[in-house]
Write a protein that binds this ligand. Sequence first.
Ligand code: PEP
Ligand code: MG
Length: 587
Amino acid sequence: MIARRTIIKGTPISGGVVLGHARVVLPGDVEFAEIAVPASRVNDEIAALEEAVKLTVAEISDLLESAGKKIGGPVARIFDAQLLIADDEQFLDQVRHAIRSQRRNAGFIYNSLVKETTAPLKSSPDSYMRQMATDIEAVAQRVLSHLSGHDKSDLKFPPNTILVGKMFTPGDVLSYRQRKAVGFLVGEGGANSHMALISRALRLPVVVAKNAYFEIANEANLIIDGTSGEVIVNPSDEDWTEYQKRKKRQGPAAIARVRKLTEIPPVTADGKAVNVGANLTLRGPADEVLSEQRIPVGLYRTEFLYLAHYDFPGEDEQFEYYDQIAEKYANSYVVFRVFDLGYDKLVADADWPHEDNPAMGWRGMRAMLDMNQIFKTQVRAILRASTRKNIKILLPMITDVAELEQARKLISQAKFKLRKQGIAFDDSIQTGIMIEVPSAAMTADTLMKKADFVSIGTNDLTQYTLAADRTNNRVACLYNSFHPSVLGLIKITVDAARKHGKPVAICGELAGDPLALPLLVGLDLDLLSMNPARIFDICRLIRKVDSGMARHLLGSVLASETQPQVIHKLQTFKNELDKMKAIRRRK
Ligand code: PEP
Ligand code: MG
C-alpha cells in the first residue's frame, strides 16, 4: 500500500480535477465456488437465477431512463444493448439447462458460461466485439452480485468519494454519480470506451492507471487530474491548495461560473464585443448553463455518436439527437461538425482499415466522401433538424477545394431529395470548413470562394505544420501552436476570410489559452470556440485587453522568428495585464 505522497502518471480519459478520498472497489469478478446441488434444490437455484436477472433488468431499465434524460438517445442506447443481453432468453435457457444437467449452483454455472461466451469476443480484432464482451461482463457483474448477495448498488460512501477499481461499467458511473461520487481512478479502459464517453458527458474526471487499485488504501486522500492524467496519492497541503485552484479553473465549477457572464459580458477594455462559443461532444449538464447564457456551440463533435456503438446511428435517431440539441440552443446556434473519424478518434477496429500512418491517412472528410451514403444520411438528419435556422454544417480535414466541392454537391443532392419529399429544412443553411492542414491554409483564398465560413482547428493545424503527432509524448516539446509557422498560417486564413467577407472562427485549444487571447483579439476573429470550462476565465481576460494594443502586439508577434520570441512577447504582455489588475486592486 502507498503510505507516502506519491505521484502516478496515468492516462487522462475524462477531464477536470477532483480532490477527495479513495473508496476502493475490488474487482467485481465474483469467483463462484463450484457447489454440487441435490436434485431437490435445483429448482431453487433456477428461481434464484431468475430473481437476480429480474433485478438486473429493472436496474438497467432505470439506468436507461436516467441516461436518456441526462445524456440523450444514441448514448443511452448503450443500456439498450445491456438490456437485451440481460434478457437474452436463449442464453438463460442454456444456464437453466446446465444447472439441471450438471447439478451445480447457479452462480458457478452462469459465471462459467459468461466466461465461455466472452473469451473469443475479448480477443477479437474488432472493437465492436470487444465492447460487446465488456457489456456482457457489465450485465453479468450485476446478476452475479445479486446472486451472491454482495450488491454493489448498496455501497454507501461519504461526500467527495473517488471510486478506485479495476473497471467500472457505464451503469456504475451513472449510479455512483447519483450517490455523489466525484471521480474515478480505473485500472482498465480507453479514451473511447463507453465508460469514458458517459463520464465525459457527465463531466466526471477519470484517469486510467494500471494496478493503482492494488496500491491505494481505502480512504487515502487522493487528487486526480483527468486533464493531465496526474494522480497524487496522500497529497501534501501545498498540493491540496494548488489543485483546489486548478479545480476552480476546470470542470463543473468553472462551467457554473459562466452564469456570471450576464454581469461581465466579453467586451474588451475599449468596448469591442468578442463572441465566445463552446466546443461540445455529447449532451450533458453544461448545456443548461450554456443555453441559458445564449452561448453558441462553435464545434459539436458528432463522431462521438459513432464511438458510442462503433456503428453509425440511423437517420431518424440522428435527427432526434440533433433536433433536441437545436431546440436546447434555440436562442443561439450550433455548428455540427460531420463525423471526423480516423486516427485519434477511433479505437482499433477491424471494420476500419489498418493504416501505418493514420494521421496522414483515411480520416475526416476523406473517409466521409468515400462512405458517401453515411455522409448523406448524416447531412439529411442535420438538415431535418435545421428548421429553426440555428444550425450550421462544418466539414473537417479539408485539404483541397475539390473535397469541398464534392461535399457541397452531396449536400445539394440531400436538399433536393428532401424538397421533393416535402420535408422541411433550412434552405439557407451555411456550410463551413475547418482549416486544420497547411494545404487548406495556404489555399484559403480559393477555399473561401466556396465556403460560407471557416473555423481554424489549431490542434490538427499544429501537428500537421510541425510534423509532430499530437498524441505522441516523445514529440510533445515540438508540438506548440505558438510556433511562427502556425501563427503565419492562421494569419493567412484570417486575411483570406476578410478578403471574401466570410466569418472566421477558431475552435482549437488555442482559443481557450489565456496566453493566446490578446493575439486572437488582435486578429479580430468572429468567434472563439473553446472547452466550456475555459469560457469564464477567457471572458474575464477579454475585459482587460485593449483591442488597439492587441493589434499592435499581433504585428510584433508575427514578426518574430522563433517560438521562444513569441512566447516571451506574449508573456510580457500578459504580465502587464496582471500588473494592471494588481494596481487596480491596491487602489
Ligand atoms: C482541431 O483539430 O483543432 C479541432 C478542433 O478538432 P479536433 O481536436 O476534434 O481534431
Ligand atoms: Mg481536428
